[in-house]
Design a binder for this molecule. Structure first.
Ligand code: GN1
Ligand code: CA
Length: 136
């Protein structure tokens, strides 16, 4: 992972590495794996809150530094799995009106800081570029 703008975050028994340099979902998936980690899967409100606190550190709300790939991927028409372990989403934290699958082309889940205090998920085209969070 590029040394540019990476930062470790700790929560419970997981560790996370945040990279703000924007890449596609596939690139993020591979970059995490190449570094012995997995793209993040967020499985509880506590984990979501810990990440939200850590990620609100970066950039200003709305810019590309506030969008981060997760391992969430569409599976069938209206369900999602954590692609890294195949588990369905039990906990979820989509923004109001999401997932909206615009043009039927939004198959990846990003974590978005909509403001310093509001962090939610959005389905978006996997070819878009965002930062990413790796987890180990
Ligand atoms: C919109 O506003 P923004 O860029 O955060 C859209 C999302 C789409 C996204 C595609 C409320 O999000 O659903 O996935 O564009 N949000 C709304 O870039 O329509
Ligand atoms: Ca969407």
């Amino acid at each position: 992972i590029s040394a540019l703008a990476t930062m470790p975050v700790a929560f419970s028994d997981s560790n996370y590495v945040v990279t703000t340099l924007p890449v596609t979902w596939s690139e993020a998936y591979v970059l995490c794996q190449q570094n012995g980690m997995n793209l993040v899967s967020i499985k509880s409100a506590e984990e979501q809150d810990a990440l939200a606190k850590a990620l609100s550190f970066y950039g200003s709300p709305g810019d590309s530094h506030n969008r981060y790939w997760t391992a969430g991927k569409r599976f069938g028409r209206n369900s999602f799995v954590w692609f890294t372990d195949g588990e369905p989403l039990v906990y979820s934290n989509f923004a109001h009106g999401e997932p909206n699958n615009i043009k039927g082309a939004e198959a990846c889940i990003e974590f978005v800081n909509y403001s310093k205090k509001t962090s939610k998920w959005n389905d978006i085209a996997c070819s878009k570029k965002a930062g990413y969070v790796c987890q180990v």
